[in-house]
Design a protein around this ligand. Structure first.
Ligand SMILES: *Cc1c(COP(=O)(O)O)cnc(C)c1O
Length: 381
């Protein structure tokens, strides 16, 4: 018998869309030229690269010359933070307490090099404190890096407000938009953001490809050296097939009906669990929340046991952030919003995709309610 499998860990990685795979395939066989080569093979690859860059630029209302392809969100965040600080005079950087590890650990590295790092706190819903941001800005602040939407609890920030605060003080502003890209509009012609990190594998593209939007004129140093690729900001032969796949994924993701459907399924999941499981709590903000993200607390429960039981019936969810899952200890995000360890240790994240069906959500609700109740009755004994 085929076991039912339901994948609800789309904040960690997504299925490559069939159309994406089809778009990539020719670039592994017939069209394998190096985009820097002058012959027809090279020109073919170069044209594909240009088209992909234009598609991705358009999704952000940017100019194609402002899109730097990287190996993913992690590299984009590293390039934004290290590249801007290396090029800047000021030695101060501000990040939020709930950033992805690729921002937090880059900030820690910068601090070990002698830069000074400030952390903006968030409230109990995970919203960044704009007043505290204002008070942390100094004349020597070179960069502020605040994520658009959080990967663990799904809270969406008021990016316009935060970016405007920085622009008023003439401080460069970077946002990690890996989770929000194509789900929450981000128009760089309207929002004064200078750098934006995005990644392909969170939106049904291949892994190992992403981009950094760099507003024209923003001083950024390259992190490694070689050819003049990517406007001299990222040396190395372009990953043409992955870039083509990334662009196809962006095209497909800009379908607003998918967002409406995910939102409906998300809200059904949330309301049914909250009403059927006594003591369950939704983490984060109920309104300012990613359309595909659900983070639930079952205080007193062991999230790892819950995850394993769900896995036994084919349902894949995550505890806290997938990036820190293998490490023990509570998540820095749940710490920052002030969750007790009983609540944090009993929490799981379920993240949907546009391929998630109503039947899968029904099955998940039934199984989750059953397992949580049985674990609760065991722990009460
Ligand atoms: C996944 C993720 C990243 C890292 O992106 P990779 O492409 O996996 O390196 C960075 N920031 C956030 C918010 C993410 O969710």
């Amino acid at each position: 018998m085929l076991r039912k499998r339901v994948y609800l860990d789309n904040a960690a990685a997504t299925m490559v869309a069939p159309e994406v795979l089809a778009a990539m395939r020719p670039f592994f066989s017939g069209r394998y030229g190096n985009p820097s080569s002058l012959h027809s093979f090279g020109r073919e690859a170069h044209d594909a690269l240009d088209r992909a860059r234009a598609t991705i630029a358009q999704a952000l209302c940017a100019d194609p010359s402002e899109i730097i392809f990287t190996s993913g969100g992690t590299e984009s965040n590293n390039l934004a933070l290290q590249g801007v600080l290396q090029a800047a005079c000021g030695k101060h950087v501000i990040v939020s307490a709930i950033e992805h590890p690729s921002v937090l650990l880059t900030a820690r590295h910068l601090s070990s090099l002698g830069y000074s790092v400030s952390y903006v706190p968030v409230d109990a819903k995970g919203c960044i404190d704009a007043k505290r941001l204002s008070s942390l800005l100094r004349p020597e602040t070179a960069l502020v890096s605040l994520m658009h939407a959080n990967n663990e609890i799904g809270t969406i920030q008021d990016l316009t407000l935060l970016a405007k605060i920085c622009r008023q003080k003439n401080v460069l502003f970077h946002t990690d938009a890996v989770q929000s890209f194509t789900k929450v509009p981000l128009d760089v012609s309207k929002i004064p953001v200078d750098l934006v990190s995005i990644s392909s594998h969170k939106i049904h593209g291949p892994k190992g490809i992403g981009a950094l939007y760099v507003r024209r004129g923003t001083p950024v140093n390259a992190l490694f050296f070689g050819g003049p690729h990517e406007f001299e900001l990222r040396a190395g032969t372009e990953n043409v097939s992955a870039i083509v796949g990334f662009a196809k994924a962006v095209e497909l993701a800009l379908d607003s009906s998918a967002i409406t459907r995910m939102t409906q399924l998300r809200d059904r999941l949330i309301s049914r669990i909250l009403s059927q499981v006594k003591g369950s709590v939704l983490t984060g903000d109920s309104k300012r929340r990613l359309c595909n993200s659900v983070h639930l607390q079952f205080p007193g429960l062991d999230a790892e046991a819950l995850l394993m039981h769900l896995d036994l019936v084919g349902i894949a969810v995550s505890m806290g952030s997938a990036c820190s899952e293998k490490k023990m200890g509570t998540s820095h995000v749940l710490d920052a919003i002030g969750l007790s360890s009983a609540c944090a240790n009993g929490s799981v994240r379920l993240s949907l995709s546009r391929y998630t069906t109503a039947a899968e959500i029904e099955y998940t609700i039934t199984q989750l309610v059953r397992i949580v109740r049985s674990l609760q009755s065991v722990s009460r004994r």
